[in-house]
Design a protein around this ligand. Structure first.
Ligand code: OVM
Length: 408
């Protein structure tokens, strides 16, 4: 059998147009918007010859792939490798890289551990930490906001909420970045991520052990479900690992991208300050306009179709969140504008369907805390140097964001 990127070579059905852009070219990853336009412009589904796979970027077909978990499965991996053919680079996630019925049980455990009630009980802690951080930022006036806000804030609240006793800041952020980079093709980013994970993984696995966690955190709640017999103790450890792979770098990106949006759109910042009830809808617009994750993969589990085009079993499909979230067919002619009062219902920054982000309540809680503190204390957020985007096979995040903060 001929393989490309660890999956079967496909012959696309007649009528599926070819995209001659490499979605994983580092220049494209750093500035993907022309690629998104081209992807949507060609049709609901396109063929990407270099990786012998299909891609979807129109809102309808992308949302359609995410919400049809019966045909577009996760259990064969959400990157380019087909787990049915080769050995995954790490033990697969028991929530991300599974289908029902396996998914149903682990999803239930995670949804309970990250419920709205859990997040509500954390809100005051988040608010206090956010206010203290914003005071520090204002005292400095100008900060490199990726490290000093986007990374620092989640690192100051999330590991504690999980129940980690010691926090390795660098490893926690980089682990998520590595797992997401590993979803890409066999390029520099993926190879370096896999090498670096060999260094980080022992620390992560040790941090997930039951006796290392505080008795009152999200991690302990997951282990309690093992005591109740719902999952095994080994599965509990794997789900705590998922909190660390999926819950840190994603929120770092969300907060960094939010700051970028407001520095780029000062009028939108003024609107938010004038009406704090816009904080929640504004973050939905950040997720639409500046999606922390740009792409997830799926595999056709059976012969199926996308928008009337036949798709063979075993075909890998890139579902391009960033393109769908900017589709003018869905969002209107101003889809490329950031508007805090858009209320973009249906944006897929958290994905969609049964695999839609299980941590979205806590992600929204963290972001609301930091934006609330900033809106109360900061009159203007200004660029203090050029923002630099970080090329990643799946994450859409800044590497460097120098900002100036003008007090209210
Ligand atoms: C996991 C995992 C890792 C990365 C992302 C994700 C967004 C989950 O290990 O379960 O979901």
């Amino acid at each position: 059998m001929e393989l490309i990127e660890g999956h079967r070579v496909i012959v696309p059905a007649k009528g599926i147009p070819t995209l001659d852009i490499d979605p994983f070219d580092e220049a494209v990853l750093a500035d993907p918007f022309e690629y998104f336009d081209a992807l949507r412009g060609l049709g609901p589904v396109v063929y990407v010859p270099r990786y012998s796979m299909l891609a979807v970027g129109q809102y309808g077909s992308t949302h359609g792939v995410f919400t049809d978990h019966a045909h577009f499965v996760s259990s064969r991996g959400v990157g380019l490798n087909d787990f049915k053919i080769g050995t995954p680079w790490r033990p697969p996630s028991i929530i991300l890289e599974v289908d029902p019925p396996d998914h149903t049980k682990t999803r239930r455990v995670m949804a309970r551990a990250l419920s709205p009630k859990v997040v509500k009980d954390l809100a005051q802690t988040f608010a206090t930490a956010a206010e203290a951080l914003v005071d520090e930022v204002l005292a400095k006036g100008r900060v490199e906001s990726v490290t000093e806000i986007a990374e620092r804030f989640p690192l100051s609240v999330f590991p504690q909420a999980v129940g980690l006793r010691e926090v390795h800041d660098r490893y926690l952020v980089d682990y998520g970045n590595c797992v997401f980079n590993a979803m890409g093709p066999d390029n520099r980013l993926r190879r370096e991520a896999i090498d670096y994970t060999r260094e980080i993984a022992p620390w992560i696995m040790a941090a997930c052990a039951r006796d290392r966690l505080t008795p009152d955190g999200i991690g302990a709640a997951i282990y309690a479900d093992a005591d109740a017999g719902e999952i095994t103790e080994g599965e509990a450890a794997m789900l705590v690992r998922s909190l660390l792979s999926a819950g840190v770098d994603t929120t770092v990106s969300g907060i960094g991208n939010a700051l970028f949006c407001f520095a780029e759109n000062p009028v939108e910042w003024d609107k938010l300050r004038a009406d704090p009830s816009l904080i929640k809808p504004a973050f939905e617009e950040v997720l639409r306009y500046s999606f922390p994750v740009h792409t997830f993969g799926r595999t056709a589990g059976v012969d199926t179709e996308i928008s009337g085009h036949p798709v063979e079993e075993g075909t890998k499909i890139l579902a391009v969140i960033g393109a769908a979230n900017r589709d003018p067919e869905k969002w209107g002619a101003d889809a490329d504008q950031f508007r805090v009062d858009r209320r973009p219902v249906g944006q897929i920054g958290f994905g969609a369907g049964i695999h839609g982000c299980v941590g979205q309540n806590i992600a929204r809680g963290e972001t609301a805390a930091i934006l609330t503190a900033l809106a109360a204390k900061v009159k203007r957020i200004e660029f203090d140097g050029a923002p630099v985007w970080r090329p990643s096979n799946a994450i859409h995040a800044l590497d460097c964001l120098p900002l100036r903060f003008v007090p209210a």
